[in-house]
Design a protein around this ligand. Structure first.
Ligand code: TYD
Length: 212
């Protein structure tokens, strides 16, 4: 595989989606082969699974069903969208990946980190991102930010209580401390411009070193 797989992670309202878009434009301007995609979704079948998972009416969805659906969407997206681009040598920027499942399903839903990790490694056939940019935000600030975003899709995860989002943050911070080489933390509390700059710096260093 010749390409690079870079994922973006963070709680609600961290700004990772905006940051990803800006990084993509910068890398494109430099003439690099780059594509942006997202989870859950990123391929026709995976987008359909996304619709089932995030439908606000699906309140009866069981936590393990949810975890399996995320993993199924991940597998399909990987095979249809991500792997072919990596084979072609692209830098693939992906909004959320396996760490989202470990944090949201494994910790916040209480299924267990190792259970969710193993199920996902089956789905990805062991593939992990080369680099993960974790945009860290204090949940009350993040949620306040997205409150004002008209046109943003309202989804089932938006119905969660604030404690859920604090659990998500703590779990991301723990993961980042356990895997400091792969997961780089960016302070999402700064201005959007600074968050973009900091993230770009992390990616630039990674591309220059060519390690991880
Ligand atoms: P989305 O609207 O894409 O949110 P965001 O802009 O915050 O990425 O909704 C995705 C939601 O799905 C988000 O709340 C996180 C959740 N999620 C999981 O719980 N597990 C996963 O594996 C993934 C990929 C997402």
């Amino acid at each position: 595989m010749n390409g690079l797989f870079i994922t973006f992670e963070g709680g609600e309202g961290a700004g990772k989606t905006t940051v990803l878009k800006s990084i993509m434009e910068t890398l494109q301007k430099q003439g690099k082969k780059v594509m942006a995609t997202r989870e859950p979704g990123g391929s026709a079948i995976a987008e359909k699974i996304r619709h089932i998972i995030l439908d606000p009416e699906h309140n009866e969805m069981d936590a393990r069903t949810e975890a399996l659906l995320y993993a199924a969407a991940r597998r399909q997206h990987l095979v249809e969208t991500v792997l072919p681009k990596l084979e072609e040598g692209y830098i693939v920027l992906c909004d959320r990946f396996i760490d989202s499942s470990i944090v949201y399903q494994g910790v916040a839903r209480g299924i267990g980190v190792e259970e969710v990790r193993q199920m996902n490694l089956f789905a990805t056939d062991g593939l992990m991102p080369h680099l993960t940019c974790y945009v860290d935000i204090e949940p009350t600030i993040g949620l306040k930010r997205i409150e004002g975003h008209k046109g943003r899709e309202y989804n089932r995860l938006d119905q969660e209580e604030i404690d859920f989002h604090f659990m998500v943050r703590r779990a991301y911070q723990k993961l980042a401390s356990e895997e400091p080489t792969r997961i780089k933390t960016i302070d999402g509390g700064e201005s959007l411009e600074s968050v973009v700059q900091h993230t770009y710096h992390v990616i630039e260093q990674f591309l220059n070193k060519g390690d991880c």
